[in-house]
Design a protein around this ligand. Structure first.
Ligand code: AMP
Length: 312
């Protein structure tokens, strides 16, 4: 199965307490694609300028990412993002966002892409997310991400609400869903989003994992316990890449399937954050993912009351 993704392809300049990097491959679309491509085929939709080094596209291609939907604008500049993390790396400070070629990008999906069943609208202008969704003929499961940059502006927030009404899964971090709904309590906030139509809301809580709320209940997926976290950039996008990658490969959109997909999300995000930029995703193998899946399962499993005690 294949998952189609629209999202930013960026040159990121980052600073965390553990290092710095200048103009390296980033963007929600890139992180998502590198994460999901270990599990399933990925079709990427986006735009880059003349200044994006060809080796970055080569990296994506080498991971099997289909780039037919990526346009290169010869007289344009690539999207750029500058971010800084404090010692508490759950808080990202955006220092600069330059949309550049994304400012007047008009996505025109290759014919093959229009038949794809699994779609992920990664972080980018809600209007572009909508334009892509409208070109997909019969999507079976659509995920959506956004961020404060779009929620804070009344026009883009209105567009975002239109997109939310048409998707199955909404990914937001705790601060974003509070900002979007104006509700502090996350379950109350999730209820407001579910009332717009989606099947599930996935609330990311950084090193504390993620919480899903649906009409069937609540599920808490811990973050994978790592002793070294270097750069949280892309954690949300890689969580979504693992989640959507598993949904696409299994075709299982039941509540049980979505809970399993969250564990894939947590595990794949752990590979991203233990190294700088996208580096941690480049050597990730299916076998290593499955090992961490089992470790995480052991970490969050507990016995029912009345179960025999002292057996292990
Ligand atoms: P995450 O850490 O998962 O929230 O995503 C970080 C990535 O999102 C970085 O690689 C940025 O290039 C990208 N990004 C940051 N701000 C925006 C924005 N306003 N629109 C699209 N992508 C963005």
């Amino acid at each position: 199965m294949t998952v189609l993704v629209i999202g930013s392809i960026a040159l990121d300049t980052l600073e965390t307490p553990f290092g710095k990097a200048d103009e390296q491959l980033g963007g929600a679309g890139s992180y998502f694609s590198l994460a999901a491509s270990v599990l399933t085929r990925v079709q990427l939709v986006g735009v880059v300028g003349a200044d994006l080094p060809e080796r970055h596209l080569e990296t994506l291609r080498a991971h099997g990412v289909d780039l037919e939907g990526v346009q290169r604008v010869q007289n344009g500049k690539t999207f750029r993002w500058k971010g800084r993390y404090e010692y508490d790396m759950n808080v990202a400070h955006t220092l600069d966002t330059q949309l550049n070629v994304f400012g007047d990008f008009r996505p025109d999906l290759p014919d093959r892409y229009r038949e794809t069943s699994y779609v992920y609208l990664a972080n980018i202008t809600p209007r572009l997310q909508l334009e892509v969704l409208e070109q997909v003929r019969n999507p079976r499961f659509v995920g959506l991400d956004s961020m404060n940059f779009w929620i804070g502006n009344p026009d883009t927030k209105r567009d975002l609400t239109e997109v939310i009404k048409r998707v199955n899964a909404v990914f937001m971090n705790d601060a974003e869903i509070r900002q979007y709904t104006g509700k502090y309590n996350l379950f109350e906030a999730a209820r407001d989003v579910l009332d717009l139509g989606p099947q599930v809301v996935l609330m990311k809580k950084g090193e504390h994992g993620a919480v899903a709320a649906s009409r069937e209940g609540v599920f808490v997926a811990a973050a994978y316990p790592l002793e070294s976290v270097k750069d949280p950039t892309g954690a949300g996008d890689t969580f979504a890449g693992g989640f959507m990658g598993h949904v696409a490969e299994s075709g299982d959109t039941s509540w049980t399937g979505l809970k399993r997909a969250m564990i894939f999300g947590s595990v794949i995000a752990s590979f991203a954050v233990e190294s700088f930029g996208t580096d941690g995703l480049l050597g990730m193998t299916r076998e290593a993912i499955e090992q961490r899946y089992e470790t995480l399962r052991q970490c969050i499993m507990f016995e029912a009351l009345g179960a025999p005690t002292g057996t292990s």
